[in-house]
Design a protein around this ligand. Structure first.
Ligand code: ATP
Length: 268
C-alpha cells in the first residue's frame, strides 16, 4: 500500500480511500461501493468536509429516536463495515441497537467476509447472516431479503448509504427510517424520517460521543426533540449551508496557502 505523508493536504481522504480499496480486495466492499464512496466524497467537499450545524441537529433527533425505539436495527453494508467496524460495534454495545448485514450486491462470500470483519472487532450478535429470511414485498432487488428477527421486526431502522427504493419500501412498511447520506438530494434523503447529511465516519463517532448525553434525558425530553425536528426544513438548511459555503469561497477567490475559517487548508 502507498505510504501517505501526514502533511499531504488530502491525507485523511486518501487514507480513507485506501481503507475502501482494502475493503474491496477483501471482498467486503462491492465495486459499485467504490463509486458510491466517490459520490459521497464529492458532496463532502461542498460542505467543507466537516459536520455542519444542521447535521448536529439531525444527529440529536436520530439518537433520541433510537433511544425511544423498542427494537432499533442498524443496517450494515460493505462500505459502512469497511469504514468503521470498531465504531459500529461500539455503538451497538452502548445503545443496544441490533446489527443486520444487508447487501444490495449480496453474495454468500461477501456476507461471510463482513461477518468476520465485525466479529474480529468484537461484534456479539449479527442478524442477516442465517436463513431467518423474510422478504419486503415492495422490492425486487436483493435488499428485499431481511432478517425476520432483525429489520422485519424493527420499529426504527438506521440506514447509512441506502438506496432510495428501499428507503421508500421501508417507509411504506411503517418503519421509522434514519438515513445517513451526504447527498441531500438523493431519494433516500428525501424519503427518510430523519436524514443526517454528513459523512458516515464522522457521524458514527459523534453517535458514540453523544450517546451518554442522550441517556441522561427523560422520555418527554427525547420526545420533544423528535417532535421539534422537521426533516424537510433540515434538508433545506443543509442545501443552503452548501450554497453559503461555496459563496464564501467564490467571494474570497482561490484559497491557496490560506486557512479559511472553515478549517480547510490547501497548499501547492
Ligand atoms: P438514491 O437511490 O437514494 O437516490 P443513490 O442512487 O445515490 O441515491 P446509492 O448509489 O446507493 O444511492 O449511493 C449511496 C449514497 O451514499 C450516495 O448518495 C452518496 O452520496 C452517499 N455516501 C457515500 N459515501 C458516504 C459516506 N461515507 N457517508 C455518507 N454518505 C455517503
Amino acid at each position: 500500500m502507498i505510504e501517505i505523508p501526514d502533511d499531504h493536504p488530502r491525507a485523511e481522504s486518501l487514507r480513507i480511500r485506501h481503507v475502501m480499496e482494502k475493503g474491496y480486495m477483501n471482498r467486503i466492499v462491492a465495486l459499485a461501493g467504490l463509486i458510491a464512496h466517490g459520490r459521497g466524497e464529492a458532496f463532502d467537499y461542498i460542505i467543507g468536509e466537516k459536520t455542519t450545524p444542521p447535521a448536529l441537529k439531525s444527529i440529536e433527533a436520530a439518537l433520541s429516536m433510537i433511544k425511544l425505539a423498542k427494537y432499533p436495527v442498524f443496517s450494515i453494508n460493505g462500505n459502512t463495515a469497511a469504514l468503521a467496524p470498531n465504531e459500529i460495534v461500539k455503538f451497538a454495545e452502548i445503545s443496544g441497537i441490533k446489527l443486520e448485514i444487508n447487501l444490495f450486491y449480496r453474495t454468500e462470500e461477501r456476507i461471510q467476509a463482513i461477518k468476520k470483519h465485525l466479529l474480529d472487532v468484537g461484534a456479539k450478535e449479527l442478524f442477516g447472516i442465517s436463513d431467518r429470511k423474510a422478504q419486503i414485498q415492495e422490492l425486487s432487488s436483493n435488499r428485499r431479503f431481511v432478517d425476520k428477527d432483525g429489520i422485519l421486526k424493527s420499529d426504527v431502522i438506521l440506514v447509512p448509504l441506502e438506496d432510495g427504493d428501499r428507503t421508500e419500501a421501508l417507509r411504506k412498511m411503517g418503519k421509522i427510517v434514519i438515513a445517513i447520506d451526504l447527498n441531500p438530494l438523493s431519494r433516500t434523503a428525501q424519503w427518510a424520517n430523519i436524514t443526517i447529511v454528513d459523512n458516515f465516519l464522522r457521524v458514527i463517532k459523534l453517535f458514540i460521543e453523544k450517546w451518554p448525553d442522550i441517556e441522561k434525558k427523560s422520555e418527554s425530553e427525547l420526545k420533544q426533540i423528535v417532535r421539534n425536528f422537521d426533516n424537510k426544513e433540515n434538508l433545506r438548511e443543509m442545501i443552503k449551508y452548501s450554497i453559503d459555503y461555496l459563496n464564501k469561497i467564490s467571494n474570497k477567490g482561490i484559497y491557496i496557502d490560506e486557512v479559511l475559517n472553515f478549517g480547510y487548508k490547501i497548499r501547492i
